[in-house]
Design a protein around this ligand. Structure first.
Ligand code: NAD
Ligand code: IPM
Ligand code: MN
Length: 369
């Protein structure tokens, strides 16, 4: 049995998490998996009611779970950063989830805005460092609110933190290369003829301290993976090439800040925020990993019942992968692929008029549940 701590959170979070859990129930039953779900009341409502964001006692309850499943946090009634830093980043850092894994994969039947590109062109995984960089919250103000004000926000990069991220990326490229050879991936994956490659995305031409460290670590780590091609792009050029030549990417390794930015671009390549899934991984398994859509609480559509639940469902599939239930994860992804590749219901972000429930139910139907 595995315990799933559920943080539905704010805005569309609860609307999409419901469908991820329903789909999980169906595949769990089929594969003889038993999940105990523990809901956690965290997010804007709790903060506005009690002033609490994430008390240490709740952190300790969350730590007892095998995995965490999160919808989204953030609310226009709460000042920026209170929930994002106090809840989401506290979990990512506190549980040493040092990898943020964000696959960018275009499913057949989904339109990408990139002209002339299809599923065999858009299949990469971003390995975003998740515990360092500008996100550590190092900095402060002096003379705040005066004309002499100084604000400092420091990017922290440790050799050990960078290296473990890069090793994760090279191992992933190796796994993907092997899967391609043995045909464990789709026909499109095989047709792409890609061999394993890791692209470091950084800004070595300007950040000559922090990204010099990244580049030296990258060069050294790459020597342990002679069959994987090391590749480098400056982040600005990467943004251009993700649009003009997405097929050139296999695994991208990058910093926390750049990874945040390029994965919203990646989400668009694969059909939008409604489809992009992610996992915050603690690869050492010393604390729970956490799975969540890349998107936020989407206040502009919250409460309307039209959020796309697929990003949340695909994040649940990544959670199953982490729980070593690969067959169940594949079932979920196959059901999503079937819905997306049919004339089935689509939420407005994919140009349709369907509701969140319509799409969630279509995935359940495709699962045969
Ligand atoms: P957002 O991702 O919430 O929304 C960006 C756009 O994508 C919006 O137009 C929204 O309607 C659309 N969108 C998002 N999810 C969708 C879905 N499932 N289906 C269809 N359309 C969807 O980003 P934002 O507006 O910049 O941020 C809103 C709030 O969410 C902020 O408070 C922000 O801090 C927070 N946030 C939280 C997370 C998280 O919890 N992981 C991630 C990003 C942003
Ligand atoms: C994401 C979000 C978060 C991030 C915010 C809400 C802290 O944008 O998960 O991509 O910047 O990592
Ligand atoms: Mn983001």
């Amino acid at each position: 049995m595995s315990t799933i701590g559920v943080i539905a959170g704010d805005g569309v979070g609860p609307e999409v998490v419901r469908h991820g859990l329903a789909a999980l129930d169906v595949v769990a039953h089929r594969h003889g998996l038993v999940f105990d779900r523990v809901p956690f009341d965290l997010g804007a409502e709790r903060y506005l009611r009690t002033g609490e964001v994430l008390p240490d006692s709740v952190m300790e309850e969350l730590r007892k779970c095998d995995v965490l499943y999160l919808g989204a946090v953030g609310d226009p009634r709460v000042p920026p950063g209170v929930l994002e830093k106090g809840l989401l980043l506290k979990l990512r850092f506190g549980f040493h989830q040092y990898i943020n894994l964000r696959p960018v994969r275009l499913y057949p039947g989904v339109e990408t805005p990139i002209k002339g590109k299809g599923p065999s062109d858009i299949d990469m995984v971003v390995v975003r460092e998740n515990n360092e960089d500008l996100y550590v919250g190092a900095g402060g103000f002096t003379y705040k609110g005066t004309p002499e004000e100084v604000a400092i926000q420091t990017s922290i990069n440790t050799r050990a933190g960078v290296e473990r991220c890069l090793r994760y990326a090279f191992n992933l490229a190796r796994t993907r290369a092997v899967a391609r050879v043995f045909g464990a991936l789709s026909q499109a994956d095989r047709d792409s003829g890609k061999r394993g490659q890791v692209t470091l995305v950084a800004k070595t031409n300007v950040l000559t301290f922090a990204h010099d460290l990244w580049m030296r670590a990258f060069t050294e780590v790459s020597r342990d993976y002679p069959e994987i091609k090391p590749d480098y792009n400056h982040v600005d050029a990467c943004c251009m090439r993700m649009v003009t030549n997405p097929e050139r990417y296999d695994v991208i390794a990058t910093t926390n800040m750049f990874g945040d930015i390029i994965t919203d671009l990646g989400a668009v390549l694969q059909g939008g925020m409604g489809l992009a899934a992610s996992g915050n991984l603690n690869p050492d398994r010393t604390a729970p990993s956490m799975f969540e859509p890349v998107h936020g609480s989407a206040p502009d559509i919250a409460g309307k019942g039209i959020a796309n639940p697929i990003a949340a469902i695909l994040s649940a599939a990544m959670m199953l992968d982490h729980l070593e239930a690969a067959a169940a994860a594949d079932d979920l992804r196959r059901a999503v692929a079937q819905v997306l590749n049919s004339k089935g219901p689509r939420t407005p972000d994919l140009g349709g008029t369907a509701t969140t429930n319509d799409v969630g139910n279509a995935v359940l139907a495709a699962l045969g549940g």
